[in-house]
Design a protein around this ligand. Structure first.
Ligand code: G3D
Ligand code: MG
Length: 177
C-alpha cells in the first residue's frame, strides 16, 4: 500500500510569470491562454501518484493574484503551507531577481522554513530568453533549492516541478518525524 500524504503548497513569484498557467496545466491538464487573472487567493486540488517512492499525494495548490493588499489575505495564503514553487519568467530578468524577495516574504509569514523549488518558466520562448540555465541553477544551488525549467505552454516539466517539490517535502517530513 502506498503511503498517503497531503500538503498545502504555495505558488510564489511576480505577476505574469505563469503561476496560474502552471497550476491550471498541472491540475486540469490544459493551458488556457485567456485564463483570467486570479482574484484574491484560491486553491486547486490535485492527486498525484509517485510510484518510484510508493506514495500518493494530495496537493492543495494555492495561487495568489499579484500583490495582495491585505495582510490578512497573505497570512491565510501562507498558513499551513508545507512547500512552494518559486517561479520566474526566463524572458524577464527582473522576475528572476525578485525570487529572493518572494522567498523572504514567505519565510517572514511562516513559522519555519519550508522546502522551495525554483521554477524557470517560459523556456519555450527561446529567442527572448534573458536568464540562462546556469544563472538559475547557480542561484538555486547557492540557496539550497532544486531547479526545474518549465513551460506551461508546452507542458514541459510542469508535473516534474510539483513532483520534485513533493519529493523534497516528503524527505523533510520523514527526516523530522
Ligand atoms: P501569473 O499567474 O504568474 O500572474 P499567468 O501568470 O499564469 O497569468 O501567465 C501570464 C502570461 O504568461 C499569460 O499570457 C500566460 O498565457 C503566459 N504564460 C504562462 N506560462 C507560459 C509559458 O510557459 N510560455 C509562454 N509562452 N507563455 C506562458 P496572457 O497573454 O494570457 O496574459
Ligand atoms: Mg495568476
Amino acid at each position: 500500500m502506498p503511503r498517503e500524504y497531503r500538503f498545502k503548497v504555495v505558488m510564489l513569484g511576480d505577476g505574469a510569470v505563469g503561476k496560474t498557467a502552471l497550476t491550471t496545466r498541472f491540475t486540469q491538464e490544459y493551458f488556457d491562454a485567456d485564463y483570467k487573472r486570479t482574484i484574491g487567493s484560491d486553491f486547486a486540488i490535485k492527486k498525484l501518484e509517485i510510484p518510484e517512492i510508493d506514495v500518493n499525494v494530495t496537493l492543495q495548490v494555492w495561487d495568489l493574484a499579484g500583490q495582495p493588499r491585505f495582510e490578512v489575505v497573505r497570512q491565510g495564503f501562507y498558513r499551513g503551507a508545507r512547500g512552494g514553487l518559486l517561479v520566474y519568467d526566463v524572458t524577464r530578468r527582473r522576475t528572476f531577481l525578485n525570487i529572493q524577495n518572494w522567498k523572504d516574504e514567505a519565510f517572514k509569514n511562516l513559522t519555519r522554513e519550508i522546502p522551495l523549488v525554483v521554477v524557470a518558466n517560459k523556456v519555450d520562448l527561446v529567442d527572448s530568453r534573458a536568464v540562462t540555465t546556469e544563472e538559475g541553477q547557480k542561484w538555486a544551488e547557492e540557496n539550497g533549492h532544486l531547479y526545474v525549467e518549465s513551460s506551461a505552454l508546452t507542458g514541459k516539466n510542469v508535473e516534474a516541478a510539483y513532483v520534485t517539490l513533493c519529493k523534497t517535502m516528503i524527505e523533510e517530513s520523514t527526516a523530522v518525524s
